[in-house]
Design a protein around this ligand. Structure first.
Ligand code: ADP
Ligand code: MG
Length: 217
């Protein structure tokens, strides 16, 4: 069993925590966060985590791995996206529940790459313009192929910093699992899915342009 300790913790998202892999410095392990430590948790979120820890069908890590395998199978999609998403090795049992083992994105100094939220106010304008260009390639591909990546949140966008260059990586691949519609129209109807994706992506770019870009160094 994989043993994950506090010293290995890299970062926490709304639902999961990301740890360095104890035996492989190029890999990380993502597990559900403990229910007790998530602030301001809604009943719905509580319920999702409880269900996910008991049944594969509702487990975010299991769903993310299946979604990633589907993306890999599509040559047109993977030829664009594989530069921007982690390689996923699979699932293992850990002391904190089912863990998703994936490529750990690292900066030139060997530190884990940080997300756009963590880097807000710390990037130069030309770095941000380069990030925006990379993001366009990813979001164009997502819209063209109606790929269900709905959560366009700055915490899900990692910026891998090489000396004078930046590369964009998408850390969080929930797929249809991230679709919170009561009746999941976007799951079955490509037109509705694409419309939803456009809306979410436009909202993200508005935030990127008005907030992140305006705080360049
Ligand atoms: N492959 C990775 N390499 C480096 N950091 C990562 C990686 N995956 C996730 N992270 C970090 O962990 C945080 C939480 O992961 P995420 O998958 O977004 O969790 P959640 O599903 O709870 O939103 C991210 O915001 C990011 O900072
Ligand atoms: Mg996330």
């Amino acid at each position: 069993m994989l043993i994950l300790t506090d010293e290995l913790l890299i970062s926490k998202g709304g639902m999961r925590a990301c740890y360095r892999h104890p035996q492989n410095e190029l890999r990380c392990a993502k597990v559900y966060r403990q229910l007790s430590e998530i602030p301001c948790m809604s009943v719905a979120k509580n319920f999702r985590i409880l269900l996910g820890s008991r049944f594969d069908r509702f487990n975010m890590n299991v769903q993310e791995y299946r979604f990633w395998l589907r993306l890999q199978d599509d040559e047109k999609i993977s030829s664009v996206l594989h530069h921007h998403i982690p390689h996923i090795d699979g699932l293992v049992q850990s002391n904190l529940g089912v863990a998703l083992i994936e490529e750990l994105f690292l900066d030139f100094d060997g530190e884990p790459s940080r997300n756009l939220k963590q880097l807000q106010g710390k990037l130069a304008k030309d770095q941000l313009l380069q990030i925006q260009k990379d993001l366009r390639v990813i979001t164009d591909c997502v819209i063209e192929h109606a790929i269900p990546i709905y959560d366009w949140n700055p915490t899900n966008i990692l910026v891998l910093r090489k000396h004078d260059q930046c590369a964009v990586k998408i850390a969080d691949l929930e797929g249809e699992f991230g679709n919170k519609e009561f009746i999941k129209i976007s799951r079955w109807n490509t037109f509705a899915r694409r419309r939803k994706l456009r809306r979410r992506i436009d909202r993200f770019y508005a935030y990127f342009n008005n907030t992140i870009l305006s705080q360049s160094t």
